[in-house]
Ligand binder design. Structure first.
Ligand code: AMP
Ligand code: MG
Length: 481
């Protein structure tokens, strides 16, 4: 795998560090789709390529440039609403850049930013990150990707003794709101501007020709984040830890931890057991992401004020006004995207003002009747009759459908392309993890295959599309990872 010097925004926020080797690594999971994306030579059919295995275990890293190769970055951030100060890549090490994608080894050992952590990740959380990244991508939701999980019998201590794994994750950039906050908070204005310029040059070229590119960048990032958040809601995805250090500046879903997909629809579902106040509950994700954008705008304040004074002659105070006004785009874009997806989920092509009430009534009924979120929408797209408990809503729905012009078949086909049959339910991940803990990795591979085509009915057991059996309902997902 030929690595190039990574296209990072600047090097002053990074420290070189080599991954720490692990004893006797073995493959746990491998995505040939991500391998293709990176252009990795895979004549394999056998990703069991020992050089790659050693590389992705962190045991044999090629140095791209002697002065600057494998590194970890500093970032700061707000955790659960409080300023947390400096954090950083405590267990993720950048290997380099291939084909325009950065590759990180997560769980590759301590870095300058590990604080009291061991720099490792457990097998359980690495499998969850691997499967979730690929599942989200297949659902059409922007996400970091995952090339592989490599396991080792190296012991790591969490609530109990577990074994370590390394997940190779991939994204065009792993820059987070937390990076901007790091520079903003430490008055590193030069680094801050360098990073904003980097983002514009490589990821937000549409901002380049604006007289106020930083303001335009803020707007574009807010828009991307709004769209991703609306997509989360549409598949019942709860991230679990929407701290600013986990929020991608590209609008990608990032840092999979105690995430969860809803089984029964519970609007107030909290997937993270440590989130006692429900700050990151399903129904709060959108407002929290808006709050995170305020943190981002505060971090960018000085460059923004400078730009707005220069270009628009605005006072510092008027600039703040302008920035707040720009951030309203988030609310508008989120609502637009949410409405558009949910209309499609129930097969409405025309836009009518009363559709919003119909959708609200639907979610209220699903919540009250504790109906499985994914199964309901999939059932609707396969032409099943609504559950009896939903008959009131169904009456409203049928009279609204009468105003549509598309044929039944056309409508159902379109609905099947937006209402997944397969999502990464906790119990499915748990089954794959329990087998993997006994060194049987077949279920990781099978589940990956299923999740790579979430909208197509596949010739696999219906269990993959079913709610958890009672004994696996509400399994506790430890947030230690
Ligand atoms: P997370 O909750 O995984 O997003 O992590 C929050 C912060 O803690 C980040 O700066 C991580 O790099 C760091 N961190 C989490 N787990 C570990 C670990 N085992 N060793 C070192 N740092 C860690
Ligand atoms: Mg994180």
């Amino acid at each position: 795998m030929p690595f190039h010097l990574p296209k990072i925004s600047n090097q002053s926020h990074a420290q070189c560090v080599l991954p720490h080797p692990v004893p006797n690594p073995y493959w746990v999971g491998y995505s040939t789709k991500v391998g293709d994306l990176l252009g990795i030579e895979q004549d394999m059919n056998r990703p069991i390529h020992s050089d790659h295995l050693q590389l992705l275990a962190g045991n044999k890293v090629q140095i791209a440039d002697k002065s600057f190769a494998p590194f970890a970055t500093a970032y700061s951030g707000h955790q659960f609403g409080q300023w947390a100060g400096q954090l950083g890549d405590g267990r993720a090490i950048y290997l380099g850049d291939i084909n325009g994608y950065e590759i990180q080894l997560k769980g590759a050992g301590p870095t300058a930013y590990s604080r009291r952590g061991d720099g490792r990740a457990v097998l359980r959380s690495s499998i969850r990150e691997f499967l979730a990244s690929e599942a989200m991508n297949a659902l059409g939701i922007p996400s970091s990707r995952a090339l592989s999980v490599v396991g080792s019998d190296l012991q790591v201590i969490r609530e109990s003794v577990e074994t370590a794994a390394i997940c190779a994750r991939v994204a065009p950039s792993f820059l987070r709101i937390g990076h901007l906050e790091h520079y903003g908070h430490n008055e590193m204005d030069q680094e801050l501007e360098q990073t904003l310029d980097f983002l514009i040059e490589h990821h937000y070229q549409e901002c380049q020709n604006s007289p106020t590119p930083y303001l335009e960048l803020l707007k574009s990032i807010a828009t991307r984040i709004a769209h991703t958040t609306a997509q989360w809601q549409s598949v019942g995805f709860c991230h679990g830890v929407l701290n600013t250090d986990n929020i991608s500046l590209l609008g990608l879903t990032l840092d999979y931890g105690p995430f969860g997909f809803l089984d029964v629809f519970d609007n107030t579902h909290i997937c993270n057991h440590s989130d006692h106040s429900g700050r990151y509950a399903y129904h709060r994700q959108s407002e929290i992401m808006h709050w995170n954008l305020y943190c981002m705008a505060s971090a960018m304040l000085r460059p923004l004020q400078k730009e707005l004074a220069r270009e628009l002659n605005l006072s510092e105070e008027d600039a703040i006004h302008k920035i707040k006004e720009i951030l309203n785009i988030y609310t508008q874009e989120y609502a637009k995207k949410w409405q558009s997806i949910f209309r499609q989920k129930i097969g409405l092509n025309k836009q009518m003002p009363e559709d919003i009430q119909l959708l609200e009534n639907l979610l209220q009924s699903l919540h009250q009747q504790k109906i499985d979120f994914t199964l309901f929408f999939r059932g609707l797209s396969e032409g099943h009759v609504c559950p009896a408990a939903m008959s009131d809503w169904d009456k409203q729905y049928q009279s609204r459908l009468a105003l549509e012009v598309t044929s039944n078949d056309q409508r159902l086909a379109a609905m099947q392309n937006i209402n997944p049959k397969y999502i990464l339910r906790n119990h499915l991940a748990q089954r794959a993890i329990e087998k993997a803990q006994k060194k049987d990795f077949s279920e990781v591979a099978t589940l990956l295959k299923v999740l790579e085509r979430p909208y197509e009915s596949q010739t696999v057991s219906e269990d993959y599309a079913s709610p958890p059996p009672p004994e696996m309902d509400h399994i506790a997902i430890s947030c230690s990872s």
